[in-house]
Design a protein around this ligand. Structure first.
Ligand code: XMP
Length: 563
């Protein structure tokens, strides 16, 4: 049997790339969020982009990977925006676009009402890169033919470059592995296009014309296409002529001035939870408007051990921020009494959370904005089933559970960022490492790690077990390498024996995953000795738990959290 002493995933994760990032135009993102969630945002429009800016504009056809394309382009230090396919040219023009990328999507171009690229994509004489569905839309719109493929092609394919001289292929070997996910194929290319590469099942895996319009049947944005970044790099720099002037420093600078402009002399409340997202939001906004920001730490009774106390020390004493603690455990637990459905738990906690803020707000006078550390994965995973773009997976309380009658406007400056980008922003803003590298913790806290009804007793039990997991993972030097590591209190009880006595106790599950962005995850191959120590300590130190199991499922098909 293979032992888990030298876990491949962990060593790979040691070199987890911390990318550079930029901000995507907040107003545009809100529209995408509205388009996907069907929820009307209360935010107002942002000022137009500065004229010297360069941008790649990504037309979003609703692929789950659309945001990954944006992320890859930003990793290349090029500003980009993801916009819906019906965005008018006037909004795009102010960005000074250098090229377009058309994303993948779940539709087929020959279906009735299938989304197509806006006409300006082909009329402005800018380079275009169509990815999967994006390539098919180019084909259809420029007079070629797309048809259902005989073979659907999912997963890895070997691709051969037939035109090594294409600028898209600078620095690439003749044969490379690419990741495919398509059922349709290009039956006939539009006039003026030639096939630049092929796979066994796709004679046209890449096509291009001499106007700088290219199509890729595969996905260069996913990690399973190892040379994907080189291809995007070639498109962005060699073909579009970008300069690559987008950095984290720029993100901060732009957002600080945007926040100042938007907030004016208004007041902001920040939903501080001790996690990296809300911490970075708080510090960013504090930098912009100082003490116009009041941070409120809601202790819903479902935080990790010592989390509340630690956060108060950091923000109040060390960073000199205006922070209030609202100890509301009882009222949350009361509302959760008897509730076992995970989505209902989330909704209740989300609603109660905002109510507490509103009550706090009343005690400090008029408050205009509620700041939240919403990240992009939250936004896309909460996309409503009303959109064809993505299926609803979970309602993250900081996106979907806001009450309709909320009085404050939302301020979500991290809405376009991935976690690693947020960490980079946090470091640049001077947050301590300990805070920047804190593992993610869900808004509803331990409630979604207690299967079944949430009670104070169960929360206390889980808190102790969770603390041991965290402590041991840190002691083993693995805390930063795993994306999340935590305990889940199941509603299963099992028989055990302790000393001379039979026990009938709780079954506790340990979950530790590696991930880059929480959209996919693999279970962490923790060393057996470490697992043994964790299990041993928990059954000995936490009364009521007599059995510990380790969760060995990846995401998908599971999710990271159990509820
Ligand atoms: P899942 O369980 O969907 O989790 O694979 C992905 C990431 O999101 C976190 N998560 C949440 N965060 N409110 C949050 O703020 C929530 O309701 C919530 N649910 C899951 C989870 O911890 C993981 O990092």
């Amino acid at each position: 049997m293979e032992t888990a002493k030298n876990p491949q995933n962990l060593s790979q994760n040691q070199s987890r790339r911390v990318s550079t990032s930029n901000d995507l135009e907040v107003s545009t993102y809100l529209e995408i969020a509205e388009h996907k969630t069907g929820q009307k945002s209360v935010m107002t429009k942002e000022p137009a982009a500065e004229p010297e800016r360069e941008a790649i504009v990504i037309i979003d056809f609703g692929s789950q990977y659309s945001m990954l394309i944006a992320r890859r382009v930003r990793e290349l230090q090029v500003y980009c925006e993801l916009v819906s396919h019906d965005t008018p040219w006037e909004k795009i023009a102010s960005l000074n676009p250098k090229g377009f990328i058309l994303s993948g999507g779940p539709s087929s171009v020959y279906e009735k009402d299938a989304p197509l690229a806006p006409s300006y994509v082909f009329e402005k004489h800018l380079p275009v890169l169509g990815i999967c569905y994006g390539m098919q839309s180019i084909t259809k719109q420029l007079g070629g033919v797309v048809a259902p493929g005989n073979h659907k092609e999912y997963g890895h394919s070997v691709m051969h470059l037939s035109r090594m001289d294409s600028p898209l292929f600078n620095g690439l070997p003749e044969t490379l592995t690419v990741w495919m996910s398509h059922g349709d194929k290009i039956e006939q290319m539009p006039k003026g296009f030639t096939s630049l590469a092929y796979t066994e099942n796709s004679p046209v895996a890449v096509m291009g014309n001499d106007q700088g319009i290219f199509g890729l049947q595969f996905h260069p944005e996913v990690v399973h296409t190892p040379e994907g970044k080189t291809i995007l790099n070639n498109f962005v720099y060699s073909i579009c002529g970008c300069r690559g002037n987008w950095t984290i420093g720029n993100f901060i600078e732009e957002n600080v001035s945007r926040i100042r402009e938007r907030v004016g002399d208004g007041k902001v409340i920040c939903a501080l939870s001790g996690g990296v997202d809300s911490s970075v939001v708080a510090v960013l906004i504090h930098r912009a408007i100082g003490n116009q920001l009041t941070c409120i730490f809601v202790d819903h009774g479902l935080m990790r051990k010592e989390e509340v106390e630690r956060s108060m020390v950091t923000f109040k004493e060390n960073l000199g921020m205006n922070i209030r603690l609202s100890s509301s455990a009882e009222r949350f637990l009361k509302r959760l009494k008897g509730v076992i459905d995970p989505e209902t738990k989330r909704k209740i906690i989300g609603e109660e959370f905002i109510r507490v803020f509103e009550e706090e707000a009343r005690t400090i006078g008029k408050v205009d904005f509620l700041a939240q550390g919403t990240l992009y994965p939250d936004v896309i995973e909460s996309a409503s089933s009303g959109s064809k773009a993505a299926a609803k997976i979970k309602t993250h309380h900081n996106v979907g559970g806001l009450p309709a009658d909320m009085q404050m406007q939302l301020l979500e400056p991290l809405r376009s960022l991935f976690k690693d980008e947020v960490r980079k922003v946090g470091s640049e803003l001077g947050l301590p490492d300990d805070m920047v590298w804190r593992q993610p913790f869900p808004g509803p806290g331990l409630a979604i790690r207690i299967i079944g009804e949430v009670t104070k007793e169960k929360a206390d039990l889980l808190r102790e077990a969770d603390y041991i997991v965290m402590h041991e993972i840190k002691a083993a030097g693995l805390y930063r390498q795993v994306w999340q590591s935590f305990a889940v209190l199941t509603d299963v009880r099992s028989v055990g024996v302790m000393g001379d006595f039979r026990t009938y106790g709780h079954l506790l599950a340990i979950r530790a995953v590696t991930s880059d962005d929480a959209m996919t995850a693999d279970w962490a191959r923790l060393p057996y000795d470490l697992m043994a120590r964790i299990s041993n300590r928990i059954v000995n130190e936490v009364p009521g738990i007599n059995r510990v199991v380790y969760d060995i499922t990846s995401k998908p098909p599971s999710t990271i959290e159990w509820e």
